[in-house]
Design a protein around this ligand. Structure first.
Ligand code: ADP
Ligand code: CIR
Length: 435
């Protein structure tokens, strides 16, 4: 959709043709002219996409055929994005460097000539165990890293066959784990919705992708015919309302969240940010989860990244979680070759994950501190940690329990980033106890 107002576009004096962006866009090709973001858009995409960069890159593609418009489409469609771009391959970071470099510098403070460093040595952590009363606030601890195979594009740029080939290669590599890391692969295709939902609710599996109609069907499958029909009407009204909310430029996600517990029936949603960058194509084919019996070591296959290697357990034993992850990654590096370079470290589809692709988190109850949101956020900023809801990124929190994790991922080693999370959490616990 074209518009020629040229007003309020990234604070420049640009007066050429623009495309008003938002949830009404259907495909990346709908972004015909320089994106005009609605007021209130705070993404790094909006901040750094100047008319000059747009003109330079708008018709470019990386060497796997992933276009610049595809790379920015998630942020154009979802104007509430924090970042708004995804890479279709390792080469996207070079092909779209005028924009990518600015976003990487802004998010990670990692300049064009900076080198990434790595040190996944859990024994170097300066993190004495939390005192029992402090540890009691921590529900669970998790560390994940993302990895992508060196010889393929990234998820947004994969063909269906490539995705299947990756799954087969990865599963073979996972079958070489031994001892406490030994486990089994469960493909998503064919897995019952009940098993999937239970795994999601227990925080072991990524959110499922489903259309509103599938969600409605799932919601009502145990009801009798009359109830089913009545509920289906409500669901259809929901869908219409979601569309209307969309058209008004508000976030349908917020709308869905407010309706999450309609009659106690939970609505589980996929990720519209990933949907818009092509990551959810042919779902659930080629996706799955590997885990050991205790579900303390898990690997997600072909979600946002081709591998998400996860170590987690109940409670606050950060050393144990980190040590398990260290063993797992050391082993898998020997049997698989991952996309990596000396500037960007491990290559991931979202620029926020470049470098270590590591997110160390705890789920922690902070009923008093979380009432003082500005102070809570100030501590988070000071210690380079981020606050998320406990149902994954972009989720709300319940029960005053929050997901606290390292924000930085590139230019610093794994042990330093786990240390960031420990330091931030320690400070939050200290403040919670003073209140
Ligand atoms: P990421 O894969 O980037 O870490 P999310 O924020 O979407 O992505 O989290 C993925 C899943 O992991 C969610 O179900 C979330 O609740 C769960 N999770 C994250 N941190 C923890 C933790 N410390 N304890 C238990 N579950 C966690
Ligand atoms: C955004 O820009 O808000 C989304 N594309 C998510 C960014 C960071 N999270 C992620 O990669 N999981």
């Amino acid at each position: 959709m074209g518009c020629s107002s040229g007003k309020d576009v990234q604070d420049t004096a640009y007066t050429g043709p623009t495309t008003l962006v938002g949830s009404h866009l259907k495909t990346a090709e709908d972004v015909v002219d320089y994106p005009h973001f609605p007021d209130g858009t705070k993404s790094l995409l909006k901040k750094h996409l100047t008319p000059a960069i747009w003109n330079e890159l708008k018709d470019k593609q990386d060497k796997h055929g992933f276009t610049f418009k595809q790379a920015i489409f998630s942020g154009c469609k979802n104007t509430d994005s924090g970042i708004g771009v995804y890479a279709g391959s390792h080469d996207s970071y070079a092909a779209f460097a005028p924009l990518m470099d600015k976003i990487i510098l802004d998010y990670h403070k990692h300049g064009k000539s900076a080198k990434h460093v790595s040190d996944m040595d859990a024994s170097k952590l300066k993190a004495p165990p939390f005192a029992p009363e402090d540890a009691a606030m921590i529900v669970s601890t998790r560390i994940r890293v993302g990895r992508n195979l060196a010889d393929y594009p990234l998820g947004p740029g994969l063909s269906k066959q490539q995705r299947l080939d990756i799954m087969n290669t990865v599963v073979k590599a996972l079958e070489t784990f031994e001892g406490d890391l030994q486990g089994k692969f469960y493909p998503l295709q064919g897995m019952s919705k009940d098993v999937q939902n239970k795994l999601i609710e227990d925080h072991f599996l990524f959110k499922q992708v489903s259309t509103p109609l599938q969600t409605a069907r799932e919601r009502f499958k145990d009801l009798d015919k009359m109830q089913y029909l009545m509920n289906l009407c409500v669901a259809v009204l929901d869908i219409i309302k979601i569309r209307r909310v969309n058209a008004l430029g508000q976030s349908p996600f917020i709308y869905i969240m407010t309706r999450r517990n309609i009659r106690g029936i939970k609505v589980l949603e996929g990720d519209r940010f990933l949907e818009a960058c092509n990551l959810n194509r042919e779902w659930p084919e080629g996706r799955g989860i590997f885990h050991n019996d205790e579900k303390t070591f898990l690997v997600w296959v072909n979600e946002e990244d081709q591998l998400r290697i996860i170590s987690m357990q109940q409670g606050a034993d950060l050393h144990k979680v980190f040590e398990r992850l260290q063993r797992a990654t050391t082993h898998i590096e020997k049997v698989a070759k991952f996309a990596h370079d000396s500037h960007l470290g491990y290559i991931t589809s979202c620029p926020t994950n470049l470098g270590t692709a590591l997110r160390a988190s705890v789920h922690i109850r902070l009923p008093k501190l979380s009432q003082r949101w500005d102070e809570f956020q100030k501590i988070a900023d000071e210690f380079y940690v981020q606050i998320r809801g406990i149902h994954g990124e972009h989720s709300e929190s319940t029960d005053a329990t929050y997901d606290i994790s390292n924000k930085r991922r590139l230019g610093r080693s794994e042990k330093d980033l786990v240390q960031d999370m420990y330091n931030g959490v320690k400070k939050m616990i200290e403040r919670e106890k003073q209140l």
